[in-house]
Design a protein around this ligand. Structure first.
Ligand SMILES: Nc1nc2c(ncn2[C@@H]2O[C@H](COP(=O)(O)OP(=O)(O)OP(=O)(O)O)[C@@H](O)[C@H]2O)c(=O)[nH]1
Ligand SMILES: [Zn+2]
Length: 387
């Protein structure tokens, strides 16, 4: 039987990432379905801006209106009963259910996030910052130029997962290949170990057709992508190619340090011609772990070696029978990768103990997912097995 097309309202929502298909016009997540069933008069809206007293939400590519935040979202983060930690409050990419006409709409539910990209924020006390919520794919963008840095990619991979699928996008392949015909193969080879199965694509981000083709598996309707990467990596260039027209201004790279200038005008949810939605975030300049990262997932190769060490608590320093050091000596493990592993796992466990400390002292932090009433057992970053 042919599938009926989505209604205009649902098609508009899908264009900003509402996770539905023509075959199944309801989100797959049972928690989301239940929330929709509980609020038959409400409609979904996605957060595009977060302000002190409220939010700007959209229900389609050309919509944007303000809604007030619920009292418990506004309360200062003193973690008194009912208040939310800053990273648990709705942020860009979150989905809410709202009722009433735009401008007078009221939030009736916050749908639990199926993924969240967060980072640790600088400061004396433990803090997290939400970069974007409900992301399907994160393009980790890195140029094949003087800025190519496997260790930075490794750090990004560890930080951005949180339920989303990372893809390594190597830009400036055109220039790199012109200088060395093996450039892409060499760079991919250098990334094999750290990628741990993550897809790697090399592109000329300036070329529209080939960039869209290379990224198309992750650009299906109803999907949401985010681009991260250092300044000058080619994020705006790739965004423009995926958009098919010049919507963002790209800066010229400064010759000295291969970094670009930031001249993007802001618009958070960008519907792409492919049907996917791109969230343009202010970026992730500082790459500090929150303590919730999964080091084992990102360093499965190192962890597998460590399993074979003679001592359970081997520090891989000078113990006899250390499988990790042996692998380094035999050239089977890159010493730089091992150094990253030590550094990043140290940072993650440092942040994790601060986080545990905050949770232990402030036990009343309310889990998000419900705007009021009894606490929900779902916490932010939970994956609900949507696909
Ligand atoms: N030849 C070539 N040039 C590229 C490619 N990708 C980006 N560039 C150039 O690199 C420079 C920096 O690219 P941007 O897209 O501005 O980089 P960005 O990541 O958005 O940088 P910020 O906005 O500072 O975060 C621009 O001059 C682009 O034209 C590519 O694949 N090939
Ligand atoms: Zn060891």
């Amino acid at each position: 039987m042919p599938v009926a097309p989505l209604t205009p309202e649902l098609a508009a929502l899908q264009a900003i990432g509402w996770p539905i298909t023509a075959e199944d016009p309801l989100p797959a997540d049972p928690v989301w379905r239940q929330a929709l069933a509980d609020h038959p008069r409400a409609r979904p809206a996605r957060v595009t801006e977060q302000h002190r007293s409220g939010y700007v939400v959209s229900d389609g590519p050309d919509s944007g209106y303000r809604v007030e935040s619920l009292p418990e979202w506004q309360r200062a983060a003193n973690y008194k009963k009912g208040s939310l930690a800053p990273e648990q409050r709705p942020g860009v990419g979150d989905w809410m259910l709202v009722e009433g006409e735009p401008e007078r709409a009221k939030v009736v539910a916050l749908l639990p996030r199926y993924s969240a990209i967060k980072r640790g924020a600088a400061g004396e006390h433990y803090k997290q910052q939400l970069i974007a919520a409900n992301i399907d794919t994160v393009f980790v963008v890195c140029g094949l130029d003087g800025d190519f840095n496997p260790r930075r990619i490794e750090r990004y991979l560890l930080l951005v997962r949180g339920g989303a699928e990372p893809v390594i996008v190597l830009t400036k392949a055109d220039e790199a290949l012109a200088a060395n015909e093996h450039a892409v193969a060499e760079a991919s080879g250098a990334l094999i170990e750290l990628a741990q199965g993550v897809a790697i694509r090399a592109v000329n981000a300036r070329d529209r057709e080939s960039s869209v083709a290379a990224m198309s598996p992750w650009l299906k309707p109803g999907r949401t992508v985010v681009l991260v990467g250092s300044s000058g990596a080619g994020k705006s260039t790739l965004t423009n190619s995926l958009l098919g027209n010049e919507r963002m201004k790209t800066g010229a790279v400064r010759e000295s340090d291969a970094r670009g200038r930031h001249t993007t005008t802001h618009r958070a949810l960008i519907p792409l011609p492919s049907g996917a939605c791109l969230i343009d975030t202010p970026g992730m300049r500082e790459l500090k772990p929150t303590g919730e990262e999964d080091v084992a997932e990102n360093f499965a190769d190192v962890e597998a070696l460590a399993e074979q060490c003679k001592f359970r608590d081997c520090s891989h320093a000078s113990e006899p029978g250390c499988a990790v050091r042996e692998a380094i000596e035999n050239g089977k493990l890159d010493p730089q990768r091992f150094a990253s592993y030590l550094k990043l796992s140290g940072e993650v466990s440092g942040a994790a103990s601060k986080l545990a400390n905050r949770r232990a002292h402030k036990t009343d932090i309310k889990a998000p997912g419900k705007p009021s009433g009894k606490p929900s057992n779902k916490s932010s970053g939970d994956k609900h097995g949507r696909r």
